[in-house]
Write a protein that binds this ligand. Sequence first.
Ligand SMILES: Cc1cc2nc3c(=O)[nH]c(=O)nc-3n(C[C@H](O)[C@H](O)[C@H](O)COP(=O)(O)O)c2cc1C
Ligand code: SF4
Length: 395
Amino acid sequence: MPEKKILKEEIREIKSFKALKKALGMSPEDVIAEVKASGLRGRGGAGFPCGVKWELAHKAPEREKYLICNADEGEVGTFKDRYLLQKNPFLLLEGMAITAYAIGAKKGIIYLRDEYHCLLEDLEKAIGRCREKGYLKDLEIEIQEGAGAYICGEESALMNSIEGKRGESRFRPPFPPQKGLFQKPTIINNVETLCNVPYIIQEGADWYSAFGTSESKGTKLFCVSGDVKNPGVYEMEMGCRLQELLDLAGAENVKWVQVGGSTGAVIPSGMFQKPLCYESVLGSGAIMVFDGTRDVVDFVYRTLEFLNEESCGKCTPCREGTEVMVEILGRLVNGEGVVEDITALEQLGRVMKDSALCGLGQAAPIPVLDTLAYFKRDYENRISQATLLRNLKAV
Ligand SMILES: Cc1cc2nc3c(=O)[nH]c(=O)nc-3n(C[C@H](O)[C@H](O)[C@H](O)COP(=O)(O)O)c2cc1C
Ligand code: SF4
């Protein structure tokens, strides 16, 4: 399949904004219908249908509504939003203006990752230029910087953070399009999602939905990192094979790939023909490549240490579950593991998946469970080496 480009094809110039002009000539309902027909789904990881969400906010009776652009991009191995913010800020602002018009929001907030402070000045300048040109007549956009917490990329924790509260996830329902920021209807979309919107309006839903698979339309920005010759941001049609991307990035002797960030699926080398799309495996677009020199158990231990550190602590399955997993994995990497540790990790993983409050705790066991499914021998080898050492010491 040839590499197809939409988002990397053209850098939006301030003078164009053709899609916004076209959208303002349509009714908000027609804009939403076009986005629904395009099949656009959220690029932040969860893949929720974009137009469906917008419609809920549009229909909400409150006059005050918010649009939030999620530019937190805290997911490990993800750097595609930075690419868009840096290279194509006018495309994002045009997408935000169209979205705000469709849902009826007069206030937009870009929640910018703490580590992207270096982009703040240029983004503010871009907003100022749009204002001067009259493109943001009905929309006030401000930038709110994060403070470095991974959980604040999760939409409800993000809203708490903007409200000046502790960054922890909220119970749902209510969902943000009903009661979001300051209890008002709110749409939260990822940077990449919003950047797709001008193309959909400009070229039409039929054009856009011709890209991709039945459930995953358009193209996707993938962030390839790790053991590859050419790391970077690649734009591919949805449904491309993982192997194609690995070939483009110059990956060799790959043992496994983690797709979608720190809580993403672990794909072993026999399964690289998997298509990358919502119906198969996707997430945020992070493609972290590990070659044969890497150790599976070390990788899982470090991943869980990160997730334990970043857990907001609000619910027991995640707060305690990640803690216990780190303890067990720590024993395994330190040569103190026992056979029962494997069963304990499997059981705990299943409980966390089913009972944690938000996506962090629900997905935290995925790297553990996936590697136990595909690389159990690596765990068993660690345990048998530890048992051997213990027996030798006892002699
Ligand atoms: C722990 C956690 C971290 C997240 N971090 C981000 C993030 O950095 N950026 C993002 O766009 N979405 C992130 N999300 C997903 C958001 O909660 C939300 O689904 C997304 O912003 C919605 O926008 P979309 O529909 O355009 O994808 C995260 C979710 C979880 C559970
Ligand atoms: S799953 Fe983890 S991050 Fe989410 S609310 Fe529970 S403790 Fe917080």
